[in-house]
Structures are given as C-alpha cells and as structure tokens.
Ligand binder design. Structure first.
Ligand code: PSU
Ligand code: MN
Length: 300
C-alpha cells in the first residue's frame, strides 16, 4: 500500500526541485496557543520560513489524511475545529481510520516529515521527561521518535515544566545529538539559559548541515536536536517564570491532569497567568527557530 500523504503543490514542487523545505508541527497551533492568535501565528511562522528562503510544510491530519503543507482552509480547521485531537505517532492510524482531524506532535510530525523526505523541522520546544516521571513514567514519545527518525529538530530546548536534566540524560541514552546555537548553554525555552551545559555548540546553519551530512555518511541513525536560545532581552522575566512554574505544577497536580493533557494544561496556565507575556515569548521562540531551520535547509 502506498503511503497516503497529501502534499500541497508548493511543497511537492520544492521537494522535486530539491529546494529547501522546513516541516512545522501543528499541535502547537491546536493545543499550544489560544484562539484566535493560534491561526495568525501559524501563518506568521510559515511566512518567516518563506522570508528566510525555504518552503514551509505544516503537517497535520485532515479528514483522516496526513497533509504535508496545508491550504489556508485546512490550517483554519486545525486552529479552530473542536474535534481536532492531539496526535502522536500511536494515534496516527486511529485518527486516519476514523477520518478525523489531528494536530501532530513533534513525534508524529517528524514521522510524517521523514516519510515525505523532509529533513529539517522547526518547533518551539521538544517534549521530554516530566518532573514526576519516576512515579508517573511520563516521558514524551518525542524522545524515542527522534532516536529513529532522520529529522533535525530546531527548538528552544525543552520547557521548564519538564525535568530538563533527566531529558538531557535520555537524549544521551537514545544517541540523539544535541547542539546549541552560539553557546554551550542548553536554552530553557522561555528562558535563554536552562542552567545546563552541553558538550557541543555550533555557530552557523552550515555547520549543522555538515554534521547532518557526516551523520548520514556514518549511518548514525535517527534525528538531532538543534537548541536555539532566545536573545536574553527577549526572554520571559525569570522571576515571573519561577512563580508560574511552581503554581502551574501545583494546579496540574491538584486537578489530576495526566497523560497527553499535561503539556497543553501547563502551557495554557502560563499564558493565562502571565496575561499573555509567555504567549508572546512562545511566539518569538517559534519564529526564531523557523528562521534558523530555514537556513539549515538551505545549507543542505
Ligand atoms: N512545546 C511547545 N508547545 C507545544 C508542544 C511543545 O512549546 O505545543 C507540544 C509539541 O507538539 C510536543 C508535545 O511534541 O507538546 C509534547 O506533548 P507530550 O508531552 O504529551 O508528549
Ligand atoms: Mn506525556
């Protein structure tokens, strides 16, 4: 059976001409950002990729079919339709069988991007190991997915709602390289610096492209994480951040939020309680990453 991917003309043509393409996830649109800003931001991200010289391929499941590149109407569905579910790799077959709509996580987006032959992917933050994972076993499927899928993900690290240290250890175990852009510090999503140091830094997109070529040559399987920190003057106020974090984790615990609802709940908590400040930072983060991902795709 042929893989049932639906590609926009724009994306299909770019891939056929061997021009740079950047995959974009859709869970951030449906479950990571509030309406109506989410739809506008989705378009802004695509624009940022275009202005940086690459073709954006936003990935989502619409009417049961995995789409690589979305028409504006489909993007509107993902942003606004209440039936859109969060789709990780394990949900893909189920939502397809039900002809439903699904917004793909980093894991599912990377899976579909790999099927489409797209090597570079931009998002805000990677999923990871949750803080209470030693009792809940909550570790995002993003991590094992990247251990096998040949996709480079540009992100601003993982959100501080996670156990950053444990996530970095898991990335090491899974043989997923992690490099930071312009620094040895691992970024903390809303914050420029998570407090953790990495072994490797890169300064240019061309360096990332060369690492990708060498990894392919040596057949080191799976993906890679390019952590791209926000400039210090654009980060969320660290004091506000610390307060929201403590309160958000407590609220999630009290309400018994679990499974795939944890990440959307905490993101929403941050956005509401910061009166949109964290939302603005979140948008800046994604735009920043989209631009660097486009540069990597071009360098390839
Ligand atoms: N980071 C963000 N916004 C998001 C997510 C991550 O800044 O919306 C989403 C991504 O789609 C990621 C997913 O793949 O959360 C991880 O969810 P979970 O922890 O349930 O695996
Ligand atoms: Mn989880």
């Amino acid at each position: 059976m042929k893989t049932p991917l639906q590609m926009t003309k724009e994306v299909a043509q770019a891939l056929a001409d061997n021009r740079p393409v950047v995959a974009l996830e859709s869970t951030i649109i449906s479950h990571g950002l509030p309406r109506p800003r989410n739809f506008e931001v989705a378009l802004e991200i695509e624009d940022a990729v275009r202005r940086a010289g690459a073709t954006p391929a936003t990935i989502a499941v619409v009417d049961g079919v995995a789409n690589v590149g979305l028409e504006e109407k489909q993007l509107d569905t993902i942003a606004n339709d209440n039936s859109v579910v969060k789709v990780s790799i394990r949900d893909l077959g189920i939502v397809a069988a039900r002809r439903g709509h699904g917004a793909t996580t980093v894991a599912a987006t990377a899976h579909i991007a790999a099927l489409a032959g797209i090597r570079v992917f931009a998002t805000g933050g990677l999923g990871g190991v949750h803080r209470d994972a030693n009792s809940t076993f909550d570790e995002s499927a993003d991590l094992p997915a990247l251990s096998s899928l040949p996709v480079t993900v540009v992100c601003a690290g993982v959100k501080s709602i996670l156990d950053v240290s444990a996530t970095l250890e898991r990335l090491e175990t899974l043989s997923i390289p992690v490099v930071s852009v312009g620094t040895n510090k691992f970024p903390g999503f809303y914050l420029t610096d998570s407090g953790y140091t990495l072994d490797w830094k890169v300064d240019t997109a061309a360096e990332v492209a060369e690492i990708m070529r060498q990894r392919a040559a040596y057949q080191t399987k799976g993906g890679m994480v390019v952590a791209n920190p926000l400039p210090q003057d654009e980060q969320l106020d660290p004091v506000l951040h610390e307060r929201l974090l403590t309160e958000g984790l407590r609220a999630a615990h009290l309400r018994g939020i679990r499974g795939k609802d944890v990440t959307p709940f905490l993101l929403d908590f941050f956005h509401r309680e910061s009166q949109g400040k964290s939302l603005d930072v979140n948008v800046t983060v994604v735009l920043n990453n989209a631009v660097f991902a486009a540069a990597i795709a071009a360098a390839l």
